[in-house]
Design a protein around this ligand. Structure first.
Ligand code: C2O
Ligand code: CU
Length: 489
């Protein structure tokens, strides 16, 4: 009987959770999608492109008449899109106008560790920080967000996040939609929950997963539509949620072409009709539309028999995320080329491997150890390539993000990964029962005293200690001594 009651209670809880989060077909898409402005920049005498970002508290009217207290960069919610080209030197002047310390991390960026904006580069209230570096990686859709140890989930869900788009000359020559905000559109997807006018962040559904909302927003717009003016539109999808995994597709099941992943273009477009993105991952997709038609970007439940199927962390819910409405007349768009890139700038694992390491993921920590600010977990040599085997050993949904590098997924559960996971990646979904084998090259510069992070990007897990630190050193050099004073745990 106890088993029966337990089973019933489980079913009821599951049905309740399912009903509560299902917003498919109920959405009327009344608001035009807001597109983050492209950040203004100036070029200094030495040629450096300079941006200004300030973190501030404010209020945002997501729903008419309801003022939600939020945080943002240069505004009340989210931040402008930074944009720079390969080869350029950039500097970002970050001012912290908040009442607490935070950081700004450039997710996906290859740059010196002290410019990375991780938990060791705290910016005090009223303080500022001006990292600078040279853009030295392919065209891609990166993003930025705070990274204060123990508080990342809070700071991101209050609204601190923005996109950082990189361009390069080769990619610019491809016939891909490239009119920002028109046919090349940032799509930052977040799940939210309201309690009156305020965000409700206390009411996470799954203790194990972290915060889960009951509806989604794109670029801070609830139930948005975007007016499409071209036969093809590029969506730069970013899962900016703190814990939820999306399984994107369209309501009419149309195919789309995946052209890029976290760190840039794939070798060739991959046609598909479903795409999972875990927190922090990006995907550039090109969708074709006919004059006058409408379609809805949806997050589907995982399919039965899906290799990644399980009921946790939003796997069973679905959301209508945004509507695409095509004009009666559309500007013609060329077909996609067969090839997008001839050689990916990620290691193939066939050259010399300096070391092979294992990372066992558990909510309580990586390799059995919760994060410690003054402990270096891995020391890698500048110029070397390594193999990292990442394994989910507790069955809870996790993913794995590595700072500074773009890696290649060599294997997913012992097999070559599907086409859409063969591009440059900095974050990989590692749900229960999954092992991934990654190849990573560390090109430097070396800095034995300042670590980069690797962690689960489900932010409650990261904050709770699912994070570790690595330093890049010169051959023969050891790790330095890292201060631990920002430890919140
Ligand atoms: Cu997007 Cu270490 O973070
Ligand atoms: Cu996790």
């Amino acid at each position: 009987i106890a088993v029966l009651i337990g089973g019933l209670a489980g079913t009821v809880a599951w049905l309740y959770a399912r009903a509560e989060v299902s917003t498919v077909g109920e959405v009327d898409f009344a608001q035009r999608l807001s597109v983050p402005a492209e950040a203004k920049s100036r070029v200094a005498k030495d040629g450096t492109r300079v941006f200004d970002l300030d973190m501030r508290a404010g209020e945002t009217e997501f729903r008419p008449g309801q003022k939600t207290p939020t945080w943002g960069f240069n505004g009340s919610y989210l931040g402008p899109t930074l944009r720079a080209e390969r080869g350029e030197k950039v500097r970002v002047n970050v001012d912290n106008g908040l009442e607490e310390a935070s950081t700004v991390h450039w997710h996906g960026m290859h740059l010196p560790a002290r410019m990375d904006g991780g938990p060791h580069q705290m910016v005090e209230p009223g303080g500022s920080w001006s990292p600078q570096w040279k853009i030295d990686q392919p065209a891609s859709t990166l993003w930025y967000h705070p990274h204060p140890h123990g508080k990342t989930e809070q700071h991101v869900q209050k609204g601190l996040a923005g996109m950082f788009i990189l361009d390069d000359k080769k990619a610019a020559k491809l016939p891909l939609p490239d009119r920002y905000g028109v046919n090349d559109v940032p799509v930052m997807v977040q799940d939210v929950r309201f309690d009156g006018a305020k965000f409700d962040h206390g009411h996470g559904m799954m203790q194990n997963t972290g915060f889960l909302g009951d509806r989604t927003m794109v670029n801070g717009t609830l139930a948005p539509y975007h007016q499409v003016k071209d036969e093809a539109i590029r969506l730069r999808l970013l899962n900016a949620s703190t814990a939820r995994v999306y399984n994107f597709g369209f309501a009419d099941d149309r195919d789309f072409a995946l052209v890029g992943t976290d760190g840039g273009l794939l070798e060739k477009p991959a046609e598909m009709n479903r795409l999972k993105l875990s927190p922090g991952e990006r995907a550039e997709v090109v969708v074709r539309m006919k004059p006058g038609e409408r379609t809805v970007l949806r997050s589907y439940p995982y399919e039965a028999g899906d290799f990644w199927s399980n009921r946790f962390g939003g796997a069973d819910d679905s959301f209508d995320v945004m509507e695409l409405r095509a004009d009666k007349q559309l500007r013609p768009a060329p077909e996609l080329p067969d090839r997008l890139a001839d050689r990916l700038e990620v290691p193939d694992g066939k050259g010399e491997i300096a070391s092979e390491r294992s990372f066992d993921l558990q909510t309580s920590g990586i390799n059995g150890k919760p994060m410690k600010m003054d402990r270096i977990d891995a020391t890698v040599t500048r110029g070397s390539t390594e193999i990292w085997n990442v394994r989910n050993i507790d069955g809870t949904q996790h993913n794995f993000h590595v700072h500074d590098v773009q890696f290649r997924i060599l294997e997913l559960n012992g097999r070559r990964p599907p086409e859409h996971l063969r591009g440059p990646k900095d974050t990989v979904f590692v749900p229960g029962g999954t092992t991934v084998k990654l190849a990573l090259s560390f090109t430097g510069p070396a800095d034995p005293d300042v670590p980069y992070m690797y962690h689960c990007h489900l932010l409650a897990h990261e904050d709770g200690g699912m994070m570790g630190q690595f330093v890049v050193v010169e051959p023969g050099q050891g790790a330095g001594k890292v201060p631990g004073h920002h430890d919140h745990h």
